[in-house]
Design a protein around this ligand. Sequence first.
Ligand SMILES: [Zn+2]
Length: 245
Amino acid sequence: MYPQTHLYFAEKILGKISDEITIGSIFPDFIISKTLPHEVSHQSGHKIFNLCRSSEKFLDLARAVITHGIKPHGLDYYGDEKYLDYERGYCFEKGRPFIGETVKACNIPLRMGWWKAHNIIEMGIELRINAIKDFGPTIRGALENKALLKDLDDLLGDISPEKKHCLVQKAGFFIDYIETAKVTALSLAAKYNTQMITKHNISVNIAEVAALIEKAALVVENDLEDFFLYSINKVKDTLKQTDIK
Ligand SMILES: [Zn+2]
């Protein structure tokens, strides 16, 4: 999912927002690097929780990390990996009818179609979430909290071979990489173009992607709330188990 959606989800579960919760809610995407790939960052919830256990300040951050990840099951698990009896997660299932148009709009080979179509759905959801509440300034503010990021860098020293994660510098890049201003289909599509160039060296047709994002926002209208309710309950249970351990 996209950052504002993750923060919306974390707030629903934790009942509040702080810079710690904001950073935690986007952390598994924020921390990705060559030495800390997506699979690892999205399975770091328990490790980060154990590192933060002794610090009351960072416990909420660790809880928010867990609301995001894949193992233990956070929002990305239910969105990407598995939801109900679908073949994969909610966003993949919803993205299935978008594969053909996504391949065309994104100038990608068919084999990447389903994966990128699920991103279109995620952006449609981000558009809807931003219309409920604009989390952009909160995310920007937390990423600019250098004191917090420095403390976190020290605390997390040993979750990857990098030792130091240079979180303050990373935050500078990440603010540009994601949409923290007012979200529109066009602004999301323009950021997606930047992300596709960075990741795959491929330029997308921004106008066509924007039209698909608007369509995706409509396609999730009927069951997005059910998806969130289901996932919120599951992740609340997971957090209860984590807190007890
Ligand atoms: Zn993620």
